[in-house]
Design a protein around this ligand. Structure first.
Ligand code: ADP
Ligand code: MG
Length: 252
């Protein structure tokens, strides 16, 4: 395995009304290609901030992030936007999609903004193939308000995959879903991971985190603990139970 991301001494400080809020305090970790990592921790511990800072969506205050050979923290806006578009995929709890576009057009949008593939037929076929794979091809022509939350989140996964990213960043991708849809979404993410896409996601759900190969536990802007969950010989239930015990020890 090779290292796809290396984060060193990452700091993020927000200044509000002259008060400094040190949200990330010298966070260091690295991600191997093919890993599926969950970031957990109490609300307000800096999980979302960490995800946005390492993906270049937000500017870090100090520290370095090397991603796939790019020194993200030294890049300009435009250059960084291209890396995000071509090499990263994003999934959020709130499923941001354009209201005036069909589901398929929403999925295709990042492809037309990217410099990667310009052949329209190929792009459309790729989008449809992804929808078929995620079991939602029947909603291709629908508006976003005509589908369920679970379907919409699966569409968001398709959108995140349209430019064949090296890594997917997900911020509580199952946070707004019921148990059944949540399981479908994590199943799909696990499948993409098995096929080679690296995944870094924030989650509150031990069931979801138990599907990841590693868990980072964030407290007050620091990684307090790290859990190795790569032993696939255990059953899903056993993995979840063991992780929950570990989380309790962390003060979860
Ligand atoms: P988590 O995702 O773990 O719940 P966040 O990363 O969203 O935590 O937030 C961590 C801290 O950073 C909180 O104290 C929050 O108020 C602060 N924060 C997050 N985003 C901003 C922002 N854009 N401006 C100012 N403060 C922020
Ligand atoms: Mg958050």
């Amino acid at each position: 395995m090779s290292k796809i991301m290396d984060v060193k001494d990452l700091c993020k400080t927000y200044i509000i009304e002259k008060q400094q809020n040190h949200v990330l305090k010298n966070v260091s970790f690295s991600v191997e290609e093919g890993e599926m990592i969950a970031i957990m921790g109490p609300s307000g511990s800096g999980k979302s901030t960490l995800l946005y800072s390492v993906s270049g969506m937000d500017k870090a205050t100090a520290g370095t992030v090397n991603f796939n050979g790019h020194e993200l923290t030294k890049m300009g806006e435009k250059e960084m936007a291209d890396v995000r578009l071509d090499e990263m995929g994003f999934i959020f709890q709130q499923m941001y999609m354009m209201k005036n576009l069909t589901i398929l057009d929403n999925i295709l949008l990042p492809a037309f903004e990217s410099s990667k593939e310009k052949d329209k037929d190929k792009v459309v076929k790729h989008g449809e193939d992804l929808m078929r794979k995620l079991g939602i091809i029947e909603i291709a022509g629908h508006d976003i308000n005509e589908v369920s939350g679970g379907q919409l989140q699966r569409a968001c996964i398709c959108r995140s995959m349209i430019n064949d990213p090296k890594i997917i960043f997900a911020d509580e991708p199952t946070g707004a879903l019921n148990r059944t849809s949540s399981k479908e979404v994590i199943d799909e993410l696990a499948k993409l991971n098995e096929e080679g896409t690296t995944i870094l996601m924030v989650t509150h759900d031990a069931k979801v985190a138990a599907r990841c190969s590693r868990v980072l536990y964030l407290v007050d802007g620091n990684i307090r603990g790290e859990y190795n969950n790569s032993d696939k010989t255990k059953s899903e239930k056993e993995r979840e139970r063991a992780l929950t015990t570990w989380l309790m020890d962390q003060g979860w």
